[in-house]
Design a protein around this ligand. Structure first.
Ligand code: NOJ
Length: 715
């Protein structure tokens, strides 16, 4: 991709101007945030104001008028009048906030992720944003890692579908369309496999696992036309991703044909020195430009050493020209040369931010993201009665998860939303969670009299979980149980001998096994965004019949991690017998507490007449799904396949398709999947993506652990 305008500009640009385009610093450096004195940080980075005036982009600064002014001031000083690109972390919400991506993925409905990101794009484009650092599509298997909340989960197929939907949601059909922003898939690659779930840690992945499980979601983003790719913080194969030529040139550009812009993660180019890959900033700039990283985010080695590297013959000017070209082409595609403000418009901000239509869609999407984990016939609460409500999430007005830079307030508290449904509500012990202190967060212990207030309620709802700010980046944990006093509160409430419903707010699967036996119902609420409380009230009262399915397995105990459904068969698989020399733990079974794909509704379905047959040269797997109850059910019918033996060992099952159907009371429907050879392909020992004929187990079921199977020879 090239254009005459861009080529003409490149010819006129000095090397300093090119390196300026290749560097991104926060708005702080323009002194726009509360008039901050910029002398200190500039000195610390060994740059001066002339460098700042040439930088090509900034991040996380919002507001139509503020950004227009910054653009005007910048362009006034810019010799060649190249507009600045405004990027931001608008991940799952700006003003109207949607469920965290892990929850969105539990809706098993890519349209939801699409619509959520489309609204995020509209709202943030009106506030002057040109590009978002999203979607994050790192495959995740370790709930100790705080960033699992940003990911679509543990399954490569679902992850790729959700990622693609998000790219299309943000970018629309064309960036010329109003309300679109460019997307940036991150973090390339393998960041989700950080050792021990500790953030920023290195990654040990076999080449096979990287290609088979971790790369497909990024590839889906590239195929959907994503405009930018961000590096990760991790080292992989001994090389930090920001200096990883094999990832960024060989795979991304050469193999996948990516034509857009690459950007480092925050400070990650500088971190290649700390990692011990290079001696200093000079080495970092050389390694990362050669690896193909166009923009350096939040460090300044490119501007400091780029020219010197070229003059000393250590770096080709062609690489700098190409990076500059990539960046300018994106600016051109965004239309910035013709309108540097793009869609920034204070009137549109007023009109769009948290408008009725956006909030309505947010509530619908939040409802579909909720997962019902347990229900002893207690939900839904249909009769108007008195409800006792306790726990730190009942009266709190912000349950957003760790990545919201816009508006973090819920429309209602949970207590208000339940009252709105006509129930008498008595609350007790509702003080919020304290912040993490000395590795621990908790609610205060309570005075016994407070609990007694709930003695005469018909039902008790307890809202428990983890601090929203203890999820996301830099929020890894070794203990993923509810805090001590929250578990104690649940046990104490149970002693009141009332039906007890637990609602769990979390950014990751928590270790909730200890509370399962004492709760009559458990709802996984994740962090659902602005309309969280209304959506939960709709589910609790049966206005919406829950339909979410887990996009990530829940471990029984942290000691089982990683526990994901698509694992390999060992040579000594556990069969349930009490044997010693078998692949199992002595103190815990191998299964997760709740498996991938699992989720209940208020009705019951039965799958019958499962068969796999050839119809007009097509292999069709089908099943009849019967709604055995009188309520309407949204059912996610899941197709899994196992390649029984192949030239590389294949997982015991892999999701290959799903269909969402709506069944009226007692209705039945036949659901079909075509089995294609494309679905059966995998990366062989020589990294060819191939189909090998042989036996395959075709499975259809309600979740990854509850399937029916037929074995077929496919050639
Ligand atoms: C660091 C995070 O890893 C990344 O996801 C984010 O986009 C950047 N910071 C910019 O805020």
């Amino acid at each position: 991709m090239s254009s005459e305008r861009i080529e003409a500009l490149i010819t006129k640009m000095t090397i300093e101007e090119k390196l300026g385009q290749m560097t991104q610093l926060s708005p702080f450096f323009w002194g726009v945030e509360d008039g901050v004195d910029i002398t200190g940080p500039l000195e610390a980075l060994s740059i001066d104001n002339s460098v700042v005036s040439r930088l090509g982009s900034t991040l996380n600064y919002f507001g139509a008028d503020k950004l227009k002014k910054l653009q005007d001031d910048y362009l006034e000083k810019s010799r060649l009048k190249i507009p600045m690109l405004f990027m931001a972390d608008v991940i799952y919400g700006y003003k109207t906030v949607f469920p965290i991506p892990l929850a969105l993925s539990c809706s098993f409905n890519p349209q939801n992720y699409h619509d959520a990101t489309q609204i995020v794009a509209k709202e943030s484009a009106a506030s002057g944003i040109h590009l978002t650092f999203a979607p994050m599509s790192d495959l995740v298997r370790d709930p100790r890692w705080g960033r699992v909340m940003e990911s679509p989960g543990e399954d490569p197929y679902l992850n790729a579908m959700m990622t693609e939907a998000a790219v299309r949601g943000f970018q629309g059909d064309s960036l010329n369309d109003k309300g679109t922003i460019a997307a940036c898939v991150k973090h390339f690659a393998g960041y989700g496999a950080s050792q021990g779930g500790r953030d920023y840690n290195w990654v040990e992945l076999s080449k096979h696992s990287l290609w088979q499980y971790y790369l497909p979601s990024y590839k889906a983003a590239v195929d959907a036309g994503v405009k930018m790719v961000m590096t990760a913080f991790n080292v992989i194969d001994g090389i930090p991703t920001s200096a990883n030529k094999s990832l960024f040139r060989d795979i991304l550009r050469d193999k996948w044909g990516f034509k857009g812009v690459t950007i480092s993660d925050y400070g990650a180019i500088d971190e290649t020195v700390i990692n011990g890959l290079v001696k200093d900033g000079y080495g970092a700039a050389k390694a990362c430009i050669e690896a193909g990283i166009d923009i350096e985010m939040m460090s300044t080695h490119y501007v400091q050493y780029g020219k010197k590297l070229v003059e000393e013959g250590r770096l080709s000017i062609d690489l700098i020209n190409q990076a500059t070209r990539n960046i300018l082409m994106l600016k051109e595609e965004l239309g910035l040369f013709d309108n540097p403000y793009r869609y920034a418009d204070a009137k549109e901000e007023q009109k769009l931010h948290k408008c009725k239509e956006h909030l309505k869609r947010a509530r619908e999407i939040a409802r579909e993201s909720i997962v019902l984990l347990k229900n002893n016939q207690i939900l839904p609460l249909e009769e108007n009665g008195s409800i006792g409500m306790a726990g730190p999430f009942v009266a709190v007005d912000s349950t957003m998860g760790g990545w919201v830079l816009g508006d973090d307030k819920n429309s209602f508290t949970l207590e208000e939303a339940i009252r709105e449904k006509g129930f008498d509500v008595i609350t007790s012990v509702t003080k919020g969670l304290g912040a993490m202190q000395d590795g621990c967060f908790d609610i205060e212990d309570w005075v016994e009299e407070e609990i007694k207030k709930l003695e005469h309620c018909d039902v008790i709802i307890v809202g428990v979980g983890e601090n929203a700010q203890d999820t996301g980046e830099g929020a890894s944990k070794t203990n993923i149980r509810l805090s001590y006093n929250q578990e104690k509160l649940i046990y104490r409430l149970k002693q009141l001998n009332k039906p007890l419903i637990a609602i769990i707010f979390s950014g990751r699967p928590l270790e909730i096994k200890p509370i399962v036996p004492v709760c009559d119902a458990i709802i996984e609420a994740w962090f659902l965004g602005t309309e969280s409380s209304g959506a939960l009230a709709d589910v609790i009262t049966g206005v919406y019949n829950p339909s979410g399915r887990l996009a990530m397995s829940f471990p029984q105990t942290v000691g089982q991690i990683p526990v994901h459904y698509n694992c390999y068969n060992t040579g000594r698989p556990y069969s349930g017998k009490d044997e010693r020399y078998i692949s199992r733990y002595l103190d815990c079974s191998n299964e997760p507490l709740y498996p991938f794909g699992y989720g209940l509704s208020y009705g019951e379905t039965e799958y019958t007449e499962f068969k796999v047959e050839t119809v007009k040269n097509k292999m069709i797997a089908s099943v009849i799904v019967i709604n055995k109850s009188n309520v309407e059910i949204k059912e996610t019918v899941q197709l899994y396949i196992r390649d029984v033996y192949a030239t590389v060992v294949r997982p015991i099952k892999e999701l290959k398709g799903f269909r969402q159907i709506v069944l009226k009371g007692y209705e039945k429907q036949r659901v079909e999947f075509e089995i294609t050879k494309e679905m059966l392909k995998f990366y062989r020992y020589d990294y060819e993506y191939v189909f090998e004929e042989g036996e395959f187990d075709i499975m259809i079921g309600k979740n990854s652990a509850d399937t029916q199977m037929v074995r077929k020879y496919i050639s």
